[in-house]
Design a protein around this ligand. Structure first.
Ligand SMILES: [Zn+2]
Length: 223
């Protein structure tokens, strides 16, 4: 077995760039422990790395990633729940102030669920997992006159809202949110454009942030 060369090369780049700049920070964090203000639940998709998108330094974001950025509803049963355990740790131990659910365009999990396509199947783990987004699918309804891309985008965004709704099923967290101790946010990353939108809870719309900067960057020649 060979450890991927690409990763060794990447690690070498990390040593000469990031670690050189941040070695004191790493040492401090090792001594004092982490105390991130932000917890983020994102998709495992390799194109949607939260630390890259938010230019985060070590210790800044407590990240949980899974297929299609799903928060399952509160279920205090005998099964083991990875996202729930992370939420408990993030809120009770780390005392994060913000929880972000980050979804994205071209989400393979959402697409497969919407189209009932491979690799989904009734006996697969992924099929059962993706069924957690059924309420989002129900809310959006049939595709109707929407283009397939617009329909998927609507589903991807409804899936974020569904995860936010599920956060409220955790009794202790719901109380903390009500008291304003923890804020929850939805965000959506456009893979092709690099555009970030944030959910405006009042209107239910995802609105672009830093869009002037985004427009300025795209107006410039690349080289
Ligand atoms: Zn995804």
């Amino acid at each position: 077995m060979t450890f991927p060369t690409q990763l060794i090369d990447g690690y070498r780049a990390f040593l000469y760039a990031r670690l050189r700049q941040e070695q004191d920070r790493y040492a401090d964090l090792a001594r004092t422990g982490q105390s991130p203000q932000v917890m983020l639940i994102g998709c495992a998709d390799s194109r949607v790395s939260p630390e890259v998108i938010f230019d985060a330094r070590p210790g800044e974001i407590f990240v949980v990633r899974n297929v299609a950025n799903i928060v399952p509803p509160y279920a205090p049963d005998a099964a083991a729940h990875g996202v729930s355990a992370a939420l408990e740790f993030g809120v009770a131990a780390l005392k994060v102030k913000h929880i972000i659910v980050l979804g994205h365009a071209q989400c393979g999990g959402v697409k497969a669920f919407a189209e009932d396509a491979a690799p989904l199947g009734p006996s697969d783990f992924i099929g059962k997992w993706m069924a957690l987004m059924q309420p989002a699918l129900d809310k959006v309804g049939p595709r109707g006159a929407l283009s397939p891309d617009d329909y998927l985008c609507k589903l991807e965004q409804a899936n974020i809202v569904n995860s936010l709704d599920n956060l409220l099923t955790f009794p202790r967290l719901a109380k903390q949110i009500e008291r304003g101790e923890v804020q929850i946010h939805g965000a959506f990353f456009g893979v092709a454009t690099g555009r970030l939108s944030v959910l405006d809870r009042a209107s239910g719309e995802f609105r672009p942030v830093a869009d002037e900067d985004h427009a300025r960057l795209f107006a410039q020649p690349r080289f």
